[in-house]
Design a protein around this ligand. Structure first.
Ligand SMILES: NC(=O)C1=CN([C@@H]2O[C@H](COP(=O)(O)OP(=O)(O)OC[C@H]3O[C@@H](n4cnc5c(N)ncnc54)[C@H](O)[C@@H]3O)[C@@H](O)[C@H]2O)[C@@H](O)CC1
Ligand SMILES: [K+]
Length: 489
């Protein structure tokens, strides 16, 4: 798990490391530039490099990277953009160091913009995490020219012009990189779908910033790049791992019920009962013999709430449909459930239509909407940051955990913490993936994980299994049932 910091916290992290390690700021810049260059060369070993530098510390990095590349006999052209009379102290030191070994060009107007060789990659070291306003004048012109170059662009730390943790206005001019190699930790901006073109592929390059600072600094944003599981006790029996009820399915959607049940069983649940419309009985018994099966008196839909007393946790929603009988069934479930439940798909659509049901959701329940379902619950949003804020308000108001599903699924907790998930791929954007996730999360709660843990771990393992399935089959061919097959705990 990594913490995600805002621009001010990043500055403080830098300063703390300089004071506590101790290391001079110019040496920290050198360390960052060496780490960047290492990774750059593993991506592009046979190319030339054209480096555009601003005059802050991001530009200072660019100059140091140029010097390191030149010292390795790489062909490097360096351009400093003259948008300001001021420059940072470390920029100036690196300028002098570089000017001793090579020519440093300047760009004062567009006529200074070079013709870049076709074998070159462009390194964007114009503005970094210090950007605080839209670019104008020569900066804007150069960024536009670079974006038009059609050459691979690698941004140092963050694309020039992109804010670390705030939305950008529609007309901002920003570098559109192929790669961002960012220092130490992810930036919130990278995780917002609207910024995709301003990030490209991204990865963190460790530069040894203080781990103590990271531990002691409070943030509400986290990056889940690993999870830890509880050890399964040796002397255990099926009762140790809970008894889950999955109330799922309707005529034509028994497949959703089957997927959620299989995923639940593959995720360590002790006992599973599926509660389905009677039309699904044979299908369920034949395809999931490990699960007990109880049927609703109605043939094609769920209509009556079963006795919930013996269950550790209830997952409800996959393939449910929205008939009036099912609406009444859901209301009864919400009224009778005594502990958190997992709500998916049509359970959420019904709640969105009948907002009086919101108050009935048991505290710490988990809601797993896809984007359309989310919009029905919280209304439209202006941008991804606004969406996040609206979900946070909703989560706190109804004391529930809400997933914003998609690339980097965000798990929003009632305490306002947000966990962005690192696993998963576009091959999972297909009907049935959500049913698998519901099964996984339900199983984790049955085994005694808190709702928060179950959501974070479940989303991570779901994505991890999806990545393995994609590796084997390719994103287009993989099925939700492949995700289940790839689950490993
Ligand atoms: N934070 C860290 O841990 C480290 C940071 N380093 C580098 O330092 C960068 C941050 O350096 P700085 O804080 O100097 O930030 P920048 O290099 O982003 O430059 C900020 C400067 O540009 C000005 N500026 C901001 N927006 C502008 C705009 N739209 N048009 C014109 N001028 C604008 C600001 O007033 C400020 O003077 C990082 O992105 C990274 O590349 C590295 O050297 C290593 C360590
Ligand atoms: K940059």
């Amino acid at each position: 798990m990594k913490k995600i910091f805002d621009a001010q916290q990043i500055r403080n992290w830098d300063a703390y490391t300089i004071a506590q390690e101790p290391i001079t700021s110019i040496d920290l810049m050198e360390r960052a530039s060496e780490a960047f260059t290492d990774r750059l060369l593993s991506l592009f070993s046979d190319t030339d490099f054209t480096i555009f530098c601003g005059k802050g510390n991001n530009g200072g990095d660019g100059l140091a990277i140029a010097r390191i590349l030149a010292s390795m006999n790489k062909k490097v052209e360096v351009y400093v953009i003259e948008y300001s009379a001021q420059a940072s102290a470390d920029f100036l030191i690196n300028y002098d160091r570089l000017a001793k070994i090579t020519t440093v060009h300047t760009i004062s107007s567009l006529k200074d913009f070079p013709v870049i060789g076709q074998n070159s990659v462009v390194v964007d070291a114009i503005l970094g995490s210090g950007v605080n306003r839209p670019v104008e004048g020569i900066l804007k012109d150069v960024i536009q020219k670079i974006n038009q170059s059609k050459l691979p662009i690698i941004s140092v730390d963050i694309a020039s012009g992109l804010y670390v943790s705030q939305p950008i206005a529609g007309d901002n001019t920003i570098i559109c990189p192929d790669y961002t190699l960012t220092f130490e930790a992810p930036k919130l901006a990278f995780l917002m779908p609207q910024n995709l073109q301003y990030v490209g592929e991204w990865e963190c390059v460790p530069i040894g910033l203080s781990s103590k600072y990271a531990q002691n600094t409070i943030t509400s944003y986290f990056w889940t790049d690993m999870v830890s599981l509880k050890k399964r006790a040796k002397f255990s029996h099926k009762g140790t791992f809970g008894h889950a009820l999955l109330a799922v399915g309707s005529y034509g959607s028994i497949g959703a019920a089957v997927l959620s049940a299989k995923a639940c069983l593959r995720s360590g649940v002790g006992l599973l009962t599926t509660y389905i419309p009677s039309c699904g009985y044979q299908i369920m018994q034949a395809s999931v013999p490990e699960a007990m099966c109880q049927t609703d008196p109605a043939e094609k839909e769920l209509s009556i709430c079963p006795n919930l007393e013996k269950y550790t946790v209830i997952g409800v929603g996959c393939g449910l449909g929205k008939s009036n009988k099912t609406k009444a069934f859901l209301k009864a479930i919400l009224q009778q459930a005594k502990s958190p439940i997992v709500l998916d798909a049509d359970a959420l659509n019904i709640i969105a239509e009948e907002s009086n049901l919101l108050e009935l959701i048991p505290p710490k329940s988990i809601l797993t909407p896809h984007p359309k379902e989310l919009q029905r619950l919280i209304g439209a949003w202006e941008n991804d940051f606004d969406k996040l804020e609206k979900v946070k308000v909703f989560s706190q108001k109804y004391d529930c955990i809400v997933l914003i599903k998609g690339m980097y699924t965000a798990i929003v907790l009632p305490n306002q913490e947000v966990y962005f998930n690192s696993t998963g791929n576009a091959g999972m954007a297909t009907g049935g993936s959500g049913d698998v996730l519901t099964g996984i999360i339900t199983a984790l709660i049955a085994q005694g994980y808190s709702s928060e843990e179950a959501a974070i771990i479940g989303v991570f393992k779901h994505g991890e299994a999806g990545d393995m399935a994609a590796q084997e089959r390719g994103q287009m061919a993989m099925l939700p049932s492949d995700i289940i097959e790839k689950l490993r705990w």
